[in-house]
Design a protein around this ligand. Structure first.
Ligand code: ATP
Length: 277
């Protein structure tokens, strides 16, 4: 059984059944290549309580995701919340097909766009325009669709003649404009977004916000990982609270967010009390 299946143009999707995301008992681990060093092992053991083990090849591994199952249908907007290292980014990357599960499976119907990192796949020796073509070819688009995306990115990124210069000659702000415009030019049925995408220089974000919101509204399914609970309240219909690689609680924002905030408050009180003793 293949662990990751994506059918971008699934017949069910075209006939109106809609996009879907099915995750069954997903486990993802990361090997720790220097795990034999005793000090590092002790440090990690503390930082990843209960998530540190040996795999079948006797390598030390961190269990980043432990038995995650979820099911999403059109209209679902899922917010992933949880403390540092809870597994949010790993889950997003597994849904995007970037990480392969050690157990379980991910099945996604409908075209995916993963807004995880604007520089993902950007070749700095090529021009902006060449990068657009490259991305389109990589995504298997027709020449006509690539031309449409080129026009869209050109209009939005507003780089003028720099679009025909190598990306390595761009300022960091120009790279962000190109990367953002390119990443958001693909309108998917399943949109995966890391909170990184909501950050950026303020002037540009004012312009970017409208484009992002349009993308979010048009997607049939949204999965967003963020520490910004106001974004979760505004955009999400469901929330998955992750803790130590597992699901702690899942439900509507009005149930999960107060529970999460109260847990965070009690953790911070406990930490303050421990510091005082
Ligand atoms: N490439 C990697 N190599 C080794 N360990 C990793 C790697 N990526 C993540 N991890 C570990 O997997 C666990 C989950 O990390 P992940 O980045 O998914 O958490 P997160 O919830 O997104 O955290 P944050 O809110 O801090 O971004 C952590 O213990 C982390 O140290």
């Amino acid at each position: 059984m293949r662990p990751f299946i994506n059918t971008p143009n699934d017949t069910d999707t075209r006939s109106g059944t809609g996009a879907s995301v099915e995750v069954q008992n997903l486990h993802v681990t990361f090997p720790l290549y220097h795990g034999s060093a005793r000090t590092l092992r002790k440090t990690l053991a503390k930082a990843t309580t209960g998530r540190f083990e040996r795999d079948q090849q006797q390598r030390m591994v961190v269990q980043a995701l432990r038995g995650i199952s979820l099911s999403l249908k059109p209209g679902d907007r899922l917010g992933l919340v949880g403390g540092n290292g809870a597994g949010k980014t790993t889950l997003l990357r597994s849904l995007a097909g970037i990480y392969e599960p050690v157990a379980g499976r991910v099945v996604i119907r409908g075209e995916i766009n993963a807004l995880l990192d604007t520089n993902l796949g950007m070749n700095v020796d090529l021009t902006g325009r060449e990068n657009i073509t490259l991305r389109g070819l990589h995504a298997g688009m027709s020449p006509r669709r690539i031309r449409a995306i080129e026009t869209d990115v050109q209009d939005f990124a507003d780089l003028g003649s720099f679009l025909d210069m190598p990306v390595r000659t761009y300022s960091s702000g120009m790279v962000v404009r190109l990367g953002f415009a390119l990443a958001t030019s693909i309108r998917p049925r399943v949109l995966l977004m890391d909170e990184w995408f909501l950050a950026g220089d303020t002037n540009f974000m004012l312009k970017a916000q409208g484009r992002l919101e349009q993308l979010v509204q048009q997607a049939e399914i949204l999965v967003i990982s963020t520490h910004q609970l106001d974004v979760v309240s505004a955009w999400c219909t469901r929330v998955l609270w992750m803790d130590q690689g597992s699901i702690k609680l899942e439900g509507p924002p009005e149930v999960v967010i107060p529970a999460y905030l109260s847990h965070e408050a009690s953790m911070s009180e406990a930490a303050t009390a421990a510091e005082l003793t």
